[in-house]
Design a protein around this ligand. Structure first.
Ligand code: NGQ
Ligand code: ZN
Length: 452
């Protein structure tokens, strides 16, 4: 049993003072506001729940910052993807373990306590299957276990190079499965996470480019009720190709052909008409926004103001993992809206309401839903995923409540996070994960080999 005491903590009911939290077996057992610290309580100042990064391709952390050099033609998402594929083709299972472990350590240090790993680097470098088809899934699970982050594994089904069942190209050979092979992969993935505390599983049909409608119908039952994530409408060319194929835009196609219930998460959904925005917002599904990656790849700006006004739900993901942080994603999301609308505090829920708090509440709830977590936050029954802020940080000094969240998101940069508990274990202390050094050494050794 662990007993923590916070001068101030964000509970589901709002901020509370003098909060004692009792943790047993990795979960929050009791939350008692308004009590003085007892002997033996570990004391901290400001506590928040950890968030989910609901969309990650872990291996891409290894190439972060290496695609910032302009190529021969105009660089776009599609030329970036060629660079990314070349990198993906070089990685061994040991590289994936090393890169994912480093990434998950960084996520925890930056306030993410769960990761939705949209995992598609399945096969060996020549495209042949590992003797255990779940080899790479097991590497992801191993990285999650080492770091302590909770894993929502989303094995991705990828079968085609473009809409209408086009053949995949060579650079995609490590991703490709038939439906039967994917069923075997799902079984192996379930095995890989079976003993991992806090882990669960869903499925990720990669995109309408990579999956035909018939395949989509065949694979969804393999989720066995778990979450379903799909990339949609990230790029204008994708929208045009989808229109050419089906006379429907990607989000429109999904609205018409799948039940967008609580299990579904549409990743990006950047390019929507006003009708799509309203119709999507009225479903129970979540938008999985990845603002830093969307900016990095030149995707476009998600219509967040209109989507929220229509009642839409979102969570955030770190996607390409080019830069990793809760504050960074939420700040980029708001700043994109400010640049677009030439206003300030665009996503705040109303007059006098903190923008940071609005963003944080959405990302907590939307992330939890997309990861199929029914209980999250500082409340009994939730996994003990807790983040404390350093109240002596220059951007946090004297701030309590929502002002502390705003200080963290908009002003603090690095160093605002003090401690992080994941599943009740204190994995980050004074901003450093307990395996920072070893994770970094292994990551550096892998990446050195891959880039030289
Ligand atoms: C991915 N990433 O699956 O890693 C994609 C690129 C694709 C983003 N969309 C590949 N950010 O969409 O075809
Ligand atoms: Zn993605």
């Amino acid at each position: 049993m662990t007993r923590l005491h916070f001068a101030s903590a964000l509970l589901p009911s709002g901020w509370a003072n003098d909060v004692q939290v009792v943790i047993t077996a990795g979960a929050i057992a009791e939350v008692t506001p308004g009590v003085a610290p007892a002997a033996g309580d570990e004391r901290h100042t400001i506590a928040l729940p950890g968030l989910a990064s609901l969309h990650s391709h872990a291996f891409q952390r290894g190439m972060a910052g290496l695609a910032e050099l302009r190529g021969d033609s105009t660089d776009t998402f599609w030329t970036w993807r060629e660079t990314m594929y070349r990198f993906a083709l070089a990685m061994t299972p040991d590289d994936v373990t090393a890169v994912a472990t480093q990434l998950y350590v960084e996520m925890l240090e930056q306030g993410f306590t769960r990761v939705g790993e949209f995992h598609y680097l399945h096969h060996d470098r020549d495209g042949s299957h590992y003797s255990d088809i779940g080899e790479m899934a097991a590497r992801i699970a191993q990285a999650a276990e080492a770091s302590g982050i909770a894993l929502t594994l989303l094995p991705s089904f990828y079968a085609h190079g473009s809409f209408g069942g086009a053949a995949p190209h060579g650079g995609q050979r490590r991703f490709i499965c038939s439906v039967d092979q994917f069923a075997a992969l799902m079984a192996a993935s379930r095995k890989a996470i079976a003993r991992l505390p806090g882990a669960n599983i869903g499925i990720a049909p990669h995109s309408l480019r990579a999956v035909t409608p018939d395949e989509l119908a065949e694979i969804i039952p393999l989720a066995e009720g778990g979450p379903v994530h799909i990339h949609a409408a990230e790029q204008v060319r994708e929208v045009e190709d989808c229109l050419a194929w089906s006379e429907r835009r990607p989000v429109q196609w999904l609205l018409e052909h799948v039940p967008l219930d609580r299990r579904w998460c549409l990743i990006h959904a950047t390019h929507m008409t006003d009708e799509e925005v309203t119709a999507f917002a009225k479903t129970a599904a979540v938008a999985g926004l990845c603002p830093i990656t969307e900016a990095s790849l030149g995707d476009g700006i998600f219509p967040a103001r209109e989507f929220l006004a229509a009642g839409g739900k979102f969570g955030v993901g770190t996607d390409s993992n080019v830069l990793v942080g809760v504050a960074d994603e939420l700040r980029q999301l708001e700043y994109g809206q400010r640049l677009k609308h030439r206003q300030r505090n665009v996503l705040s829920s109303g007059a006098g309401r903190s923008t940071g708090r609005t963003l944080f509440d959405h990302a907590l709830a939307g992330g939890a839903q997309a990861m199929a977590q029914t209980t999250v936050g500082l409340t009994p029954g939730a996994r003990a995923d807790i983040v404390t802020l350093d109240s002596a940080h220059p951007s946090l000094v004297g701030r309590r409540g929502d002002a502390a969240i705003d200080g963290w998101i908009f002003a603090a940069g690095n160093g605002a996070i003090d401690c992080v508990w994941a599943g009740g274990h204190k994995v980050v202390e004074t901003g450093r994960h307990r395996m920072r050094q070893i994770a970094r050494e292994r990551f550096n050794a892998s990446v050195l080999r891959l880039v030289t």
